[in-house]
Design a protein around this ligand. Sequence first.
Ligand code: FES
Length: 114
Amino acid sequence: MNASEPGSGRGAVLLALLEMNLSDEQAQHPVIRGLKTVCLCNNIKYRTIERAIHRGACTLSQVAACTGATTGHCGGSCTPDVQEMLAELAPQPVLSQTPPKPAASPDAWWIRKK
Ligand code: FES
C-alpha cells in the first residue's frame, strides 16, 4: 500500500481497530475499549465510568451521580452494561468474616475479677 493513498497510515489502523467488533470485550485493547460509548444518551465513555469506579463509586446510583450514565431519556438502557462494569471493576465486599476471638479467656488468671 502506498503511504500517499487515502486510508493508509496510523489513521487507517485506528479506524480498522474501531470498526472491529466492539462487543467482543476480550479481544479489545484497553485503549480501544476505553473509547467505547457505554451511555449513548449522555455520551459517556467506558473510561469515564471506569475512572468513576476506580475513584470509589461502587453502586449504580454512585456511578450515575458521578458520570450521568443511566440517567438519559431512554430510561437507562445502558444500566446492564454499567452493572457489568461494576461487577468486573468495583472492589467486592467481604461477605463472611469470622467473628473476632476474645483477647483472652474470661477464666484467665491475669483478668481481674470483680
Ligand atoms: S443509554 Fe444510558 S441512559 Fe440512555
